[in-house]
Design a protein around this ligand. Sequence first.
Ligand code: SIN
Ligand code: FE2
Length: 216
Amino acid sequence: MHAVPIPSIESGTGRLNIANGAAVLHGFALDDASALLEAVEAVRVAAPFRHLVTPGGHTMSVAMTNCGSLGWVSDRKGYRYAPLDPESGKPWPALPRIFETLAERAAAELGFSGYRPECCLINHYLPGTRLSLHQDRDEKDGVAPIVSVSLGLPATFLWGGFERSDKTTRIPLSHGDVVVWGGPSRMRFHGVAPVRDGEHPATGRCRINLTFRKVM
Ligand code: SIN
Ligand code: FE2
């Protein structure tokens, strides 16, 4: 991966480079959006969205579920990846083929070839809900990218640095946008500002986000 001026828009590609190893791919998932949302429906039937509790005892405002061989969970004991859904005691639903294909294609756009995530964490945001600034640091692989797919209501992605106190850039994300961050940017702080109220034709009054993670 070579250095890029930051941020820079490569005209015609719909790609916004936000750091080395990180970019927003505008509209990259648009053609797959309805199939992705159908697959989310199938996952939620088997593994419903739930509000996890943080180790500090705080209930998260974003509701979550997972698919893949591992799912991200949190409770009073900590954050971790687990092969079984703690609510049902059963394995998480398998990664739908369309999820795998999209994640691999998006990662390849930034030069991360052969991307095979074990986990897709699915976040459900109602208007007013937010995800505070954090690093994704529960994965053993600290280089392979996070691939994040936005569906439904728009949101403002907060893109930070390597310290929580670093200044953040506000990046608007719409239905069908994909953000990829890996390599030298993998450990950057990021979050989502409170989602504004609205109705989206594809999802109604919510935002759905898929984040793919290479865990092991
Ligand atoms: C995340 O950081 O896990 C989710 C980001 C998003 O919802 O856009
Ligand atoms: Fe994250």
